[in-house]
Design a protein around this ligand. Structure first.
Ligand code: HEC
Length: 95
């Protein structure tokens, strides 16, 4: 497990060096939206290493909106789907 994680970090480091834009967010149609909506107050690395269920990400999104995050009505559900898909329980770092 340790070795696998070390490899993930190495790959992520290379990817960030190659494309500064990637910022550790995995590809997906909501990636740019997450980058825009979730990086104003803290870097996206604040949450990319976390693993939460769909329900927990829904709670996190509501909590961020309470703190001042601006999420369009039609962006809320797809954003939670993206977070739960890529940062759900058992997902590898950054994959
Ligand atoms: C208006 C500012 C703001 C925006 C925009 C924002 N956050 Fe946060 N977020 C905070 C603050 C303040 C904290 C608490 C301080 C900390 O832990 O860094 C926080 C903490 C967090 C945490 C750790 C606490 C927890 O509930 O696990 C996560 C995860 C998180 N944010 C995810 C997100 C995501 C995902 C987005 C995009 C939808 C987002 N944030 C957008 C202000 C914001």
């Amino acid at each position: 497990m340790r070795a696998v994680r070390a490899i993930c970090f190495a790959v992520a480091g290379t990817a960030i060096a190659g494309t500064a834009q990637a910022q550790g967010l995995p590809p997906g149609k909501m990636r740019d939206t997450v980058q825009a909506a979730c990086s104003n107050c803290h870097p996206v690395t604040r949450f990319t290493a976390l693993r939460k269920t769909h329900t927990e990400w829904t709670q996190t999104m509501n909590s961020m909106i309470d703190k001042g995050a601006v999420i369009g009505d039609n962006e809320f559900a797809p954003l939670v789907d993206y977070l739960a898909e890529h940062f759900g329980p058992g997902k590898n770092l950054g994959k």
